[in-house]
Design a protein around this ligand. Structure first.
Ligand code: ADP
Length: 162
């Protein structure tokens, strides 16, 4: 039997944007399975709790059969190895993203040579989207439609009510 081709799409997803979703959807057509996983950095302060971010991810991908959601502590390569994942999926918005990603991919390959990093360039309708800009829009109560999925809009409403 052919080995399943599994890809990991790691990130903070604080929060997930339509840009992330586009990459995951395209990735889900290339690979047998895509694991979207939140890498937890205990020193970093997040806007949304891990639980909220996981909930938003689960809601987004509930209807895509071969997408799984999870989280991990520690090195991305270790999580990939432990889960039999052979591909690391990354989205590229521009040259700065590539400059940022390249050394990480080289160090990852040094630690886990069997892990292949695969890049998908974003489409023009999502190239401008980033979690950090979305957080600004949330802080100043701007319009979120067209930037993030409904699961994020609902989470923001809950946050404001509590
Ligand atoms: P980080 O933990 O580095 O902040 P993110 O959660 O922002 O990670 O992003 C995870 C992945 O999604 C990265 O590969 C990043 O380049 C990609 N990505 C983020 N926004 C977009 C977008 N609008 N279009 C395509 N890829 C994106």
């Amino acid at each position: 039997m052919m080995k399943l081709r599994k890809a990991l799409f790691p990130g903070s997803f604080d929060p997930i944007t339509l840009g992330h979703i586009e990459i995951v959807k395209r990735g889900s057509k290339l690979f047998d399975k895509v694991v979207v996983a939140i890498g937890v950095n205990s020193k970093k302060k997040y806007f949304f709790s891990l639980e909220e971010r996981l909930r938003m991810l689960r809601e987004c991908f509930a209807d895509i059969e071969n997408v799984e959601v999870g989280s991990y502590n520690g090195l991305t390569v270790d999580f990939a190895r432990e889960n039999g994942i052979q591909f690391l999926l990354r989205g590229l918005r521009n040259a700065s993203d590539l400059n940022y990603e390249q050394p990480i991919a080289i160090i990852n390959a040094h630690m886990y040579p069997e892990l292949e990093t695969v890049y998908l360039a974003s489409m023009p309708n999502t190239t401008h989207l980033s979690s950090s800009l979305v957080r600004e829009v949330i802080k100043y109560k701007g319009v979120l439609e067209g930037l993030v999925p409904n699961s994020v809009i609902e989470a923001v409403k809950r946050m404001r009510m509590s």
